[in-house]
Design a protein around this ligand. Structure first.
Ligand code: NAP
Length: 254
C-alpha cells in the first residue's frame, strides 16, 4: 500500500488486537504515517512476531493485555501514558469468536466469553480512553465492528449480538462526547481474508456462498478496511460522528 496523507504524524494511536490481521495492517499503515503506535493482544508471542515484522520500529509499543479484564486495561493505559504521555486516537479493533450452536441452545460459557471480549472489552477501553480525551478536549475513537451486527449469519449469532451492542456504544459515546470535541465512529466490514475468518473462506463452498452475497464479487482484503479507518481517524472526519460505515462491497445494499 502506498503512503497516504491523513495528517496523523506524531498522533498517539492505540490499536487493540494489533498483533495480526486488520489491526496489524493498521499498525503498519499508521507507522508509515509517522504516528506513535501502541498494539496489544493476549499473546506475547504474536506481539513479538508483529514487532519483528514491523522492523522493531522505535515508534511502536507492544503491550500484552486481555482487554476483557479491567485491571489489565488499566495497566495498558499506565504503559501508554508512561511512554507517550497522551492518547489521541483509539482504534477498537480486537475481536474474537468461538463456535456456537443455535442461539436457543448456546451455553452461558460461550455467550459470556464472546460478550466479555468483544463488547465488555470495547467498553472498558473506550471508557478509559474517553477519560483521557475529555481532559485533552479532543480525540477520535474508531471501532471495527461487522455487518454481522446488522444481519443474522450462521456461526455469528452471539458475535453479531456483541457487534450490534458495539454499534450502539459508538452512537452513545458519539452523542455524549461530541461536546468534548471527540468523534466516535465504527467501520463494519463484510468477510475479510484473515486468520479470524479462515475457517469460513478456506472452505470453498462457504467462500463461494459469501462471495455470491457481495455485489463487488470478492472478499475484503485488510487494506480495504485500513483506508476508511484511517480516514475516520483523520482531521478530514472532524464533522463525522456516531456513524457505522459499512465496508462490505455492497453486501448490505442488496
Ligand atoms: N476477518 C473478518 O472477516 C472480519 C469481518 C468483520 C469484522 N471483523 C472484525 O475485525 C476485527 C479484527 O479482526 P481480524 O480478522 O483482524 O482478527 P484476527 O486476525 O483474529 O486478530 C484479532 C486480534 O485481536 C486480539 N484479541 C482478541 N481478543 C482479545 C482480547 N480479549 N484482548 C486483547 N486482544 C485480543 C488478537 O490477539 P490475541 O489472540 O493474542 O489476543 C489479535 O491481535 C475484529 O473486531 C473482528 O471482529 C473481522
Amino acid at each position: 500500500m502506498g503512503k497516504l496523507c491523513f495528517g496523523l504524524k506524531d498522533k498517539v494511536v492505540l490499536i487493540t488486537g494489533g498483533s495480526r490481521g486488520i489491526g496489524f495492517e493498521l499498525a503498519r499503515a499508521l507507522l508509515r504515517e509517522e504516528a506513535k503506535v501502541v498494539i496489544c493482544a493476549r499473546k506475547q508471542e504474536g506481539l513479538e512476531e508483529a514487532a519483528s515484522a514491523l522492523d522493531d520500529n522505535a515508534d511502536l509499543l507492544t503491550v500484552q493485555a486481555h482487554l476483557a479484564k479491567e485491571d489489565q486495561v488499566e495497566e495498558l493505559f499506565g504503559k501508554i501514558l508512561d511512554q507517550f504521555g497522551k492518547l489521541d486516537i483509539l482504534i477498537n479493533n480486537m475481536g474474537m469468536n468461538v463456535p456456537t450452536s443455535e442461539i436457543s441452545e448456546v451455553d452461558s460459557g460461550a455467550w459470556n466469553k464472546i460478550i466479555d471480549s468483544n463488547l465488555n472489552g470495547t467498553f472498558y477501553v473506550s471508557r478509559r480512553a474517553s477519560e483521557l480525551m475529555k481532559k485533552q478536549n479532543q480525540g477520535k475513537i474508531v471501532t471495527v465492528s461487522s455487518i454481522a451486527g446488522q444481519r443474522s449469519a450462521p456461526g455469528m449469532n452471539v458475535y453479531g449480538v456483541a457487534k450490534a451492542g458495539m454499534d450502539m456504544l459508538t452512537r452513545v459515546l458519539a452523542s455524549e462526547l461530541a461536546k468534548y470535541n471527540i468523534q466516535v465512529n465504527s467501520v463494519a466490514p463484510s468477510m475479510v481474508k484473515t486468520d479470524f475468518s479462515k475457517p469460513f473462506w478456506s472452505n470453498q463452498e462457504i467462500h463461494d456462498m459469501v462471495v455470491s452475497s457481495v455485489p463487488a464479487g470478492r472478499l475484503a482484503e485488510t487494506t480495504d478496511i485500513v483506508h476508511p479507518v484511517l480516514f475516520l481517524c483523520s482531521e478530514g472526519a472532524d464533522f463525522i460522528t456516531g456513524q457505522v460505515l459499512n465496508v462490505d462491497g455492497g453486501a448490505t445494499a442488496v
